[in-house]
Structures are given as C-alpha cells and as structure tokens.
Design a protein around this ligand. Structure first.
Ligand code: HEM
Length: 383
C-alpha cells in the first residue's frame, strides 16, 4: 500500500488527531506533528454542502501512521508525542482503484452512467484558459460539490449525481471530489461500452464555495448562433473543433428533461420505462450504450422521439464540425479514439495535480489514440 493513504475507513485515531492539507504539489515525504490538543478548525468541518464528516476525513487523509510509527505511540495520559511520516498526494492510488469498483456497483444498480458523465463535464467545463491563477481559472477542481454552483441553471439535476457519489466520498477519505467526479465520469463511459480513457488523478480540491466559478461558463443548448457559441465556449477551454464534435458524442448517453434544462419531451417510447427514473427525451434509442449512434441518428434524422438540440444539429451544419461528425457517423473506432483523447483532455482542464505529473490507476496505462446531410426534421422538444 502506498505510504500516502489511509485505509478505506479512517480510523478513530486519525479522525481525532488534527488537520492536514493536501495543497502542496511536492511529492516529497512530509512530516506532520500530531498533538492530542489539536482539533479540527470549524471552517474545515463545514466546507461543503453534502456531508461534513467526509470533509473532516478528507482533511485528515494525510495522517496515516505507519506500522512502526504506531508502535512508538505513547498513549499514556493522552500524551501522543507522535511524529507521523506521510507521503501525501491529493488522492490515494489504492483508494482510487477501490472507489472505481464501488462506482461500477452503483452503475449496475442505478443506471446513472449519463448523469455521472455530465457531472464530470460540468465540473471541468468551467475552465478559462485566459486566467492563469488556480482556482479562479475554473476547471476540474471539485467546486461543483458546493450548493452555490449546483444552483447554476446549467447544473439543474446534478445534485442527484452528487448524492449517488457522496457515500463513496465518505468511504474514501483519501480521494478528492475533483478526482471522484472525473473517475465516476470516465468509469461510466467505459462501463457503458465506450473507449478506455487515458485518465490521470491527483486533482486538488477547492476549499470553499467562494472559489466556485461565476455562472455562465457552460454552453447553452439554443443560442442564436450555435456553432459560434460552441466555439466561444470550447475555445475558451483551449479545445478544438475536433474536441467539440467528439465530446458532443457523449450525448449518445442519457436524456434531457424539460423540468431540468427546459429541453426535451417529458417522455418518449424509449424512456417511459426507464431504466432508472423514467422520462425525458434521449438522443439515441439505446441511451445507456456508448457508441456512435448519436452521430448516425442526427444524420439520418427520422425519429421524432429522439432529441436534437440546436447545438447538436450545428455539428452537421457547420463545415468544419461536419467533417468530424460525418467521420464519426461512419467510423465508430475513429469516434472512440478521438472521444477518449478529448475526454481525458477535458478531465484535466484547470486542474492542479498533486503530484504534478498525476497518478495513473491503470496497471497498463491506456494509450491516447487519437453524404449529404439533410437537415430534415429535428426534434428539440420545443415547439
Ligand atoms: C456542446 C455543448 C453542450 C450542450 C449545449 C449540452 C446540453 C445538454 C443539455 C441541455 C442536457 C439535458 C440536461 C437535462 O435536462 O437533464 C444535456 C445532457 C447531457 N449532457 Fe450535454 N451538452 C453539451 C456538451 C456535453 C459534453 C461535452 C458532454 C460530455 C462530455 C455532455 C454530456 C451530457 C450527458 C451524458 C447528458 C445526459 C445527462 C442525463 O441523462 O442525466 N454534454 N446536455
């Protein structure tokens, strides 16, 4: 087990010891001095909206005592003159691996693949490449765990994804929210039959709601000039036309619900039975399967029960986007290769990594490999 991690359930000892931060980007071993009189500061106990117990645990994740150090512990009279040796990264390798298995279990029982993908995207997609400072630049930093950001109109409904992940966060004190969101998203894509995504971990979390980005950094589905709007938003993130088209292919999963985003039908023949909570309008027939049917379905648009947002339609209307959209409709492997690369890029946006090079949780890291459209009848759910 790596020296920098706690066991999955933090010991009562660790929970009663003191505070530690994971903000340093150094990978060198750090020495922390523990005193029994040190108590967590109230501010570190209440910094997020879903669970205060996990934030205590998170702030203590570096405080793992090695076996030898434990044997030197002086418990008499509560006098713990203990030096704790720890090599602490933002997230712990073994806990990340174990959490991935827990996420797979949640996926199997709740069919929440789409909303977990959306959660990861909305945490990362606030990134602004023109701002150098972290966390002002936004991006994959766990800020979406705070209520103030969940209340942004674009994030309607994502609180449900957070509720699904919170028990996993509570179980693994040594994982940041930023990593957990991206781990959940990548795992959901892979478990839905999508490509293996060459992910890395070690994202540092923002510490308070005042560090959330302002509202309005995510794209609108129905702006006046959809292609120009997509470029405004995604170029600001440092992404390309190819990335925009490939990432839009994530809409092969999931549904739009009028009561959340205002888009989509309340239900269709493909969604009225679920699985998961019934209702909404999907982009594809098999909306829990990650494949290239999103591009095929937009191109051959014949089914009014399938959704096409104005920004989806733009992918076949704009000449530059269209090159990629046509290719992905024809060639699923090309879509998978470009999607995997773009998803990994998206998941890293704005993130501060500790260690700076990131942590791979795969034993064999995945390699990043990178007709005429008839705009017949789109179904956007809006009259
Ligand atoms: C290109 C600009 C994009 C726009 C305008 C857009 C817009 C939307 C809208 C309106 C919804 C419906 C939300 C609801 O009613 O619950 C949605 C859902 C979704 N989006 Fe996007 N999106 C975009 C890009 C992306 C990207 C880049 C990803 C991932 C890489 C993504 C993944 C998803 C997923 C998986 C869902 C389904 C969520 C669910 O079923 O709960 N979207 N999107």
């Amino acid at each position: 087990m790596a020296a920098n991690c706690l066991p999955p359930t933090p010991s009562p000892m660790a929970l009663s010891g003191g505070t530690a931060t994971s903000s340093s980007s150094s990978a060198a071993p750090r020495l922390l001095s523990l005193s029994p009189t040190t108590t967590p500061r109230p501010s570190s106990l209440s910094f997020h909206s879903l669970s205060s117990s996990s934030s205590v645990a998170a702030s203590l994740k570096c405080l793992r005592l090695s076996h030898q150090k434990r044997s030197k512990l002086h418990a008499a009279s509560g006098n713990f003159g203990t030096v704790v040796t720890t090599k602490c990264f933002a997230s712990d390798l073994e806990q990340l691996k174990s959490a991935r298995e827990d996420i797979k279990d949640v996926l199997k029982t709740t069919f929440c693949h789409p909303i977990l993908v959306r959660l990861g995207w909305h945490d990362a997609g606030t990134y602004n490449k023109n701002i150098e400072e972290w966390p002002q630049r936004g991006g994959a930093n766990g800020s979406l765990r705070f209520e103030v950001e969940q209340k942004h109109a674009a994030n309607a409904g994502l609180v449900n994804a957070l509720k699904l992940l919170q028990p996993i966060k509570d179980k693994y004190a040594g994982i940041t929210y930023a990593d957990l969101f991206q781990l959940a998203s990548a795992t959901a894509v892979e478990e839905a039959g999508g490509p293996k995504i060459p992910m890395k971990y070690g994202r540092v979390d923002v510490s308070g709601p005042e560090q959330c980005p302002e509202e309005g950094r995510l794209p609108d589905a129905g702006p006046p000039s959809p292609a120009a709007h997509l470029r405004d938003v995604f170029y600001r993130m440092g992404l390309s036309d190819k990335d925009i088209v490939a990432l839009s292919g994530a809409h092969t999963l999931g549904r739009s619900r009028p009561e959340r985003s205002g888009w989509g039908k309340p239900e269709t023949k493909y969604t009225k039975e679920g699985p998961g909570a019934p209702g909404g309008q999907s982009w594809t027939i098999k909306w829990l399967q990650f494949d290239n049917s999103y591009f095929k379905d937009i191109k051959e648009k014949r089914d009014a029960d399938l959704l096409v947002l104005p920004t989806d339609a733009a992918l076949f209307e704009d000449p530059s986007f269209k090159v990629f959209a046509e290719k992905y409709a024809e060639d699923e492997q090309a879509f998978f290769n470009d999607y995997a690369e773009a998803h990994a890029k998206l998941s890293n946006l704005g993130a501060k990594f500790d260690p700076t090079e990131g942590i791979s949780i795969d034993d064999e890291p995945a390699a990043a490999v990178p007709e005429k459209f008839v705009a017949a009848k789109y179904s956007s759910g809006k009259e």
